[in-house]
Write a protein that binds this ligand. Structure first.
Ligand SMILES: Cc1ncc(COP(=O)(O)O)c(C=O)c1O
Length: 403
């Protein structure tokens, strides 16, 4: 057995991406006990940093230990009880994931769908809200499977108007596309580190409005063994212990009521991811992702590739291009990886084998990463039988950078 020594890679797919070396360094810091004053201070700082990242004043801003999907499960299982109606916006694979998780919570799931490559029309959402009268509207902001970014401000207004809670999965979009938790009236949002936050997967930042907290606190059940006199036993018990956000909030809150053992190294990572973003400034980080996304788009189009999906609603940090007819998409991906150490993605379901997804996000939203990817892609496309104009991709991207 050899020591872990992975090959060098430039991860330019839909995420995960290369973690910022500062995040990896933070993860190697020494461990402290979970109630050590140093640890609880880091937890407090992490909460405050993520309030800035989510753009919220929500006190209930914490980490769920697990990948982004853990954050989604925690939010949905804690908010939804069997029989609750939920309206899910589906415009790609991750909208389907929300319906799958909501159904497992025993909710009555309704959906508004848009074709892959488009986003959902808010007017349709309002009609569906009036028809189904849900407790919760659930949506993804940036669905990496299609690279579309759902505008949320109007959805938030609709939810306020009809007194419905709004949940958003911002895993793939946070930090690289504008997100205003309070400004847009989002009640619950969850994320992951492995996209624009420049970390590894394994921690899920989550924030809850006071309305969402009231719903969750209405289902508080303190575990036998740590329960004290006067502890509430309210409502329908949340169906998961690990993802019971009422208990997770008590663990992060002043009572520090024992639940899981916080994943210390992941907390260091999440802390450093947010610290770096806040130091850069959220608006500057979004502008950086927009710039490198535009350069990448100009470059791939100059290489003769065709953008997939509605250009107006493209995420800044990942784009999809159609695999040219007659080209073996997997052979191109393999050659990029084998000869240049560069990873790009394909997609899922109806788009599997139809598009490549190329990302420029987090630590890899950088000029050198974009230019090197375009240079390598040109060579690999030529090898695959295409005739890209020599140097055209890099030149078009450089023009974007030249402004
Ligand atoms: C929009 C979105 N939601 C959820 C997930 C799931 O994240 P994880 O694999 O970290 O559980 C992803 C992963 O790509 C994603 O892009």
């Amino acid at each position: 057995m050899q020591p872990v020594n992975p090959p060098p890679r430039l991860l330019m797919g839909p995420g995960p991406i290369n973690a910022d070396p500062r995040v990896l360094r933070a993860m190697s810091a020494t461990l402290v006990g979970q109630y050590d004053a140093a640890m609880t201070a880091y937890m407090g700082e992490t909460q405050s940093l993520y309030r800035q990242v989510f753009r919220t004043g929500n006190d209930a801003t914490v980490l769920v230990d697990g990948t982004a999907r853990a954050g989604i499960e925690a939010a949905l299982v804690s908010l939804l009880e069997p029989g609750d109606r939920v309206l899910v916006l589906i415009f790609g694979r991750f909208g389907h994931l929300l319906t799958e998780i909501a159904a497992r919570c025993g909710a009555e799931v309704h959906a508004v769908e848009a074709p892959w490559g488009a986003v959902v029309d808010p007017a349709e959402v309002e009609r569906a809200v009036l028809r189904t009268r849900p407790k919760l509207v659930a949506t993804v902001q940036g669905d990496t499977s299609t690279t579309m970014c759902q505008p949320l401000a109007e959805i938030g207004e609709i939810c306020r108007r009809h007194d419905v809670l709004l949940y958003a999965d911002v895993t793939a979009s946070l930090g690289g596309n504008a997100f205003e938790m309070d400004g847009w009236g989002v009640d619950a949002a969850t994320a992951g580190l492995q996209k624009c936050l420049a970390g590894p997967s394994g921690s899920a930042p989550l924030s809850l409005s006071s309305r969402a907290v009231d719903v969750i606190r209405g289902r508080s059940h303190v575990e036998a063994g740590i329960r004290e006199d006067g502890d509430p036993e309210r409502g329908v018990r949340i169906a998961s212990n690990y993802f019971d956000l009422a208990m997770v909030l008590d663990y992060w809150g002043p009572r520090r009521l024992n639940h899981h053992t916080e994943a210390t190294s992941m907390l260091y990572a999440a802390h450093e991811c947010a610290r770096i973003l806040v130091e850069e400034g959220l608006d500057a980080a979004v502008a950086r992702h927009r710039l490198h996304g535009q350069a990448l788009l100009a470059g791939v189009e100059a290489l003769g590739l065709v953008l997939f999906g509605d250009r107006r609603h493209r995420m800044h940090n990942v784009l999809a291009v159609e695999i040219p007819a007659g080209v073996d998409g997997e052979a191109v991906r393999s050659a990029l990886l084998a000869d240049y150490g560069i990873e790009i993605g394909t997609s899922f379901g109806p788009l599997r084998g139809r598009v490549w997804r190329i990302g420029t996000m987090g630590y890899n939203a950088r000029r050198d990463a974009v230019l090197v990817t375009l240079a390598a892609l040109e060579q690999v496309l030529r090898q695959a039988g295409c005739s890209p104009l020599a140097g055209a991709g890099v030149a078009a991207a450089r023009e974007v950078y030249a402004g």
